[in-house]
Design a protein around this ligand. Structure first.
Ligand code: GLA
Length: 670
């Protein structure tokens, strides 16, 4: 049994002689899995209806002969130019009415019946030909659904959107009520009058925008399902499609149920010191989407990408450290984009496992080293200890795409970033040495001691009831600002924000938003100081917040921290109420990292959650327990000394007193 190791393999970019060198090097590098065919449509079907599989036969046979398993793509992510020439209506259209062209990639309208049929036909041919190929390990459906084109505003999409709305609302009066079209003379007399939310003079209808986000995510899912249905007629090999971390356009909760293994593409910026902490959140999401099952990192870069303004190279050891972060947080596979760095095309400056300069390079040496280590690790610990083993977590954060979409719409009360708010909580919790799960607000919360619901802006009655019941049945519920503001149609919950159900459980309600002045206001010299001051023992004294504040009205709760100074002087910032068997906290702002971490410590210790990170190793050392193993990863610039019982299975040294250099990793078995 192995932890999969490999990456996207695009042999069509290279002459055949190179293929033999490829497999030789793959064996040297310990590669066990190659993703083949992601962008091969134009090579497999160079003219409509004319299929050329000979080259792919050769590639798969060669990989098989050399012991490399294959994640075979359905090749539908980028249609060839002939599709647009013959069927121009398959090209997507932006909200401004611009029809996108060929010459790049992923130029298709997700609702196009022509695109879907051509894609299905290609998949049918691929599956017929390779379903029984001995190298086949996994089907890779399309690629990064929604990347580049997530919403299409063309007439074909408009018709599909109307059908979706008819199915959802039944009659147009129902839609008028839900969308609040009494406002601004927006009333529709029939479904035929409705368009996607195309460019308009000013703010577009918020519920129309939200429904269009929901529709667009589900149209992409329909594309995925259509391909999977074709695969399943002939093959029972597991199926996946690669996710993209916290990707706003696609509601991965709906998708995760439909993949056999969750896979992810993540490219943290090596130059940004916060990247490891943010990446930890992405890894935790991937584990959570699969309900705790092992997932796979489908793509990362060995070094630099080519699509940032400034593309930092990874520092020595960083690729290895970040790969182990994935394993620690539940991954059973480490793959890259792409095997051989391209010599031509838009991604030729994106790093690969085999760099432009060949194998006498730092990157290749690190690739080889990691390959050997992952193999040794798999052999050493075997299936029970790591493969398939779970990452225990008693703390969860709610994640809700509706809230994300709605909170960040224009004309919302704030410019708060939904994911940055989640990240602030996640970062505070993980810096205490915890792996944190993500959950749906209406999911099963019974396995957790603490559930944090930050900015749960759009809340159904069922979700509010589920969160409140969690507290009443013994959990510690922590509700963050901007929660329970609207129902699922974006209608305000009147009579005090939070809604009736949470108001009773938390013992507070929100009278008014009072966000701090935007930082640029102070910069313009208006004299308004941006940070909000806080005081309370839960923060260890005083603290600052810059993002948000609210007027909290306490009915039946203890006040644990106050806003101090400014317009909110003396008003509650953090409250707590004993809610039957559990506790319900309300946090009306977003304290800066150190203060939020101290608040989390208070919440966790009261809830009886153990925190392996006592802080003595500093902020840069990530600690994660997976099964019987404790992973310690040093993301900081300085080395540090570990003081744990047991031994490091990578070096074979005792863990007590072990020197962990910058980018160093230890895997400790007690
Ligand atoms: C995505 C795509 C790849 C490649 C990489 C580059 O993840 O799936 O084809 O473009 O980005 O970072």
């Amino acid at each position: 049994m192995t932890i999969w190791y490999g990456g996207d393999y695009n042999p069509e970019q290279w002459p055949k002689e190179v293929w033999h060198d490829d497999v030789r090097l793959m064996n040297r590098g310990g590669i066990t899995l190659a993703t083949v065919g992601v962008f091969s449509w134009a090579h497999l079907e160079p003219r409509e209806g004319e299929y050329h599989f000979g080259w792919l036969d050769e590639v798969l046979d060669l990989l098989h002969a050399n012991g490399v398993r294959v994640d075979l793509a359905t090749a539908t992510a980028s249609p060839p130019p002939w599709l647009a020439m013959r069927h121009p209506e398959t090209l997507p259209v932006t909200a401004e009415g611009v029809r996108l062209s060929v010459g790049s990639r992923q130029q298709y309208c997700p609702s196009s019946p022509v695109y879907r049929e051509k894609a299905r036909e290609l998949v049918r041919r691929i599956v017929e030909r390779y379903a029984d190929h001995p190298a086949l390990e996994l089907w890779h459906v399309n690629n990064e659904y929604g990347c580049h084109v997530s919403h299409c505003y063309c007439d074909v999409s408009a018709a599909a959107f109307r059908d979706w709305l008819r199915a959802k609302y039944g009659d147009v009066d129902e839609l008028n009520r839900a969308w609040g079209t009494a406002f601004w003379s927006q009333r529709y007399d029939s479904f035929d009058e409705i368009t996607p939310p195309r460019a308009a003079p000013t703010f577009r209808n918020p519920t129309q925008l939200l429904d269009f986000d929901r529709f667009s995510s589900s149209e992409l899912l329909a594309c995925y399902r259509a391909e999977v249905a074709v695969i399943r007629e002939r093959s029972s090999v597991p199926v996946t499609t690669n996710f993209m971390g916290f990707f706003k356009p696609v509601d991965y909760w709906a998708w995760a149920k439909e993949v056999d293994i969750v896979t992810d593409d993540t490219y943290p910026d090596p130059a940004d010191p916060i990247s490891p902490a943010y990446a930890a959140m992405v890894r935790d999401l991937m584990r959570s989407l699969g309900g705790g099952a092992p997932w796979m990192l489908m793509e990362q870069a060995t070094s630099a990408v080519n699509w940032r303004q400034q593309n930092a190279a990874k520092s020595p050891g960083q690729m290895r450290a970040w790969s182990y972060q994935c394993v620690a947080r539940g991954a059973d596979g480490i793959l890259f984009f792409q095997w051989r760095q391209s010599a031509a095309g838009s991604e030729k400056f994106h790093s690969g496992l085999v760099p432009h300069s060949g194998t006498d390079t730092r990157v290749w040496r690190e690739v080889e080293q990691l390959g050997q280590e992952l193999k040794a690790l798999s052999d050493r610990v075997g299936e029970a200890a790591i493969e398939g083993s779970r990452v225990p977590s008693s703390v969860a954060i709610t994640l809700d795409w509706d809230s994300w979409w709605a909170l960040e719409q224009p004309a919302s009360p704030t410019d708060v970033s939904y994911v940055q708010t989640l990240f602030a909580w996640h970062h505070a919790l993980t810096s205490l040495g915890l792996a944190v799960d993500f959950v749906r607000a209406d999911g099963d919360l019974s396995g957790y001691r603490v559930v944090v619901a930050p900015a749960h802006f759009v809340a159904t009655d069922g979700q509010l009831d589920n969160l409140a019941s969690f507290a009443e049945s013994g959990g510690a519920l922590v509700v963050g600002f901007a929660s329970g503001i609207t129902d699922e149609h974006l209608h305000i919950r009147l009579g005090g924000y939070l809604g009736e159900r949470l108001r009773r459980t938390l013992g507070v309600w929100i009278e008014e938003f009072a966000p701090p002045a935007a930082p640029d206001l102070a910069a313009r010299g208006s004299g308004i100081a941006p940070p909000v001051q806080l005081s309370g023992d839960v923060f260890g004294g005083s603290a600052e917040a810059r993002v948000w504040s609210e007027v909290v009205r306490v009915e039946d709760a203890e006040t644990l921290a106050l806003f101090t100074g400014g317009a909110l002087d003396g008003w509650p910032a953090v409250t707590r109420r004993a809610a039957d068997a559990g506790t319900a906290w309300y946090v009306a702002t977003l304290p800066e990292h150190g203060a939020l971490r101290r608040l989390c410590e208070s919440i966790l210790s009261e809830a009886g959650v153990e925190m392996p990170g006592d802080g003595s190793l500093g902020e840069h050392v990530e600690l994660v327990r997976r099964g019987a193993l404790l992973f310690a990863i040093n993301h900081g610039p300085d080395s540090t000394q570990l003081q744990f019982d047991g031994s490091d299975i990578l070096s074979g040294e005792p863990a007590r007193g072990l020197e962990l250099p910058s980018q160093g990793v230890a895997i400790i078995e007690a």
